[in-house]
Design a protein around this ligand. Structure first.
Ligand code: MG
Ligand code: ZN
Length: 221
């Protein structure tokens, strides 16, 4: 009985997610859902991405946060059109919350939308938002055991970013062990290792984004 109720909620969420997707496609906005644990560097990656891309693409950022709007302000300062979703204590975004933000968002004025989910490795992966790609940002100080501890999140993602690689010499993080865990759950997942601090590895990430947005525009709707 309990399972049936959960499934019903998810399918209502999925219907709204499909609607969100159709709005994004109508506006030809390529969109990413950024997931990570708190402190992995979602907002820093957004800042760096926005400031490196503003010449090429018009960026939008929708920030999900439990209470504050600091992250949206940082994205805006970097050059994006930014909006905030305060989840009122909820530990994830869902399709309803994103839809409420999309209704007021100037989709016609952007090419790429980054949705920053609430920092949490458990439930955000269970709620489709309607975005085109799910991106997980892992970070070196979190430790190499995260794929083993949060298999559900690692399994469902399209892109993996390993942030803070500048800290590899100082932190106990076995890259091979981490990657074995990832490979078991999500074989061949596209991975970028980078540092928002030093800029190492950022070029490959930016090139991928530009390329993917161009490929997206070529798809038939
Ligand atoms: Mg943040
Ligand atoms: Zn949650």
């Amino acid at each position: 009985m309990r399972i049936a109720v959960v499934e019903k909620i998810l399918s209502a969420n999925d219907q709204l997610a499909a609607q969100n997707r159709s709005w994004l496609d109508k506006a030809r906005v390529f969109s990413l859902n950024f997931m990570a644990s708190p402190g992995a560097g979602k907002t820093s990656l957004i800042e760096q991405t926005v400031s490196r891309l503003t010449e090429k693409l018009r960026l939008g950022v929708i920030d999900g946060d439990i209470a504050t709007s600091f992250d949206a302000e940082r994205a805006q300062a970097a050059g994006a059109i930014a909006a905030q979703i305060n989840t009122g204590g909820d530990c994830h975004l869902d399709a309803v919350m994103l839809q409420e933000a999309l209704v007021e968002f100037p989709l016609a004025d952007i090419d790429l939308l980054i949705v920053e989910n609430v920092g949490n490795l458990i439930c955000p992966a269970n709620f489709r938002l309607g975005t085109h790609k799910s991106v997980l940002i892992a970070s070196v100080p979190e430790g190499d055991d995260k794929p083993y501890k949060y298999p559900g999140t690692y399994r469902g993602i399209d892109i993996l970013v390993i942030n803070k690689i500048d800290l590899l010499p100082y932190v106990k993080f076995d890259m091979a062990r981490f990657q074995r865990g990832v490979e078991a759950l999500n074989p061949g997942v596209k991975t970028f290792a980078l540092s928002c601090q030093t800029g190492e590895g950022m070029d490959a990430w930016i090139e991928w984004l530009v390329h993917s947005q161009q490929q997206y525009l070529k798809t038939e709707f």
